[in-house]
Design a protein. Structure first.
Length: 128
């Protein structure tokens, strides 16, 4: 399964999961030159901007330029730089849709197991 397919499945699973939890889907794949928002939901007068990180492994190993292995979990890819891009894009979304509401920046880490057709979703709420 290629990374684009993994991401697509992860976003679909998170969207379905949040809708079952009572969230209303407002938008998905909102894009500007400076950033993208994967999913936008509302619930209880709060707009949730959700960044989805999906993988087919619980931990991913990359090799650093020094040759040392780096092990990370998908949610760790949402660093301060990524959050800044999301915040700027959220500002554009809010202006475009004329909304002013409480907002939450959330991260969904998804682990897919294609062989058994299982998936695990871990939500990280109110990421700063």
């Amino acid at each position: 399964m290629d990374t684009q397919t993994v991401g697509w499945w992860g976003e679909r699973l998170v969207a379905a999961y949040l809708q079952r939890q009572g969230f209303a889907l407002l938008d998905h794949h909102y894009q500007k030159k400076w950033g993208e928002i994967d999913l936008v939901f509302s619930r209880r007068q709060t707009i949730h901007f959700v960044e989805v990180k999906s993988t087919i492994k619980k931990e991913v190993v990359l090799v650093h330029k020094s040759g040392e292995p780096l092990v990370y979990r998908p949610e760790q890819l949402v660093d301060a730089k990524k959050i800044a891009k999301i915040r700027r894009t959220v500002g554009s979304w809010m202006l475009e849709f004329g909304l002013s509401s409480d907002v939450s920046f959330d991260v969904a880490a998804v682990q897919l197991v294609p062989k058994t057709k299982e998936a695990w979703i871990e939500m990280f709420w109110h990421v700063e």
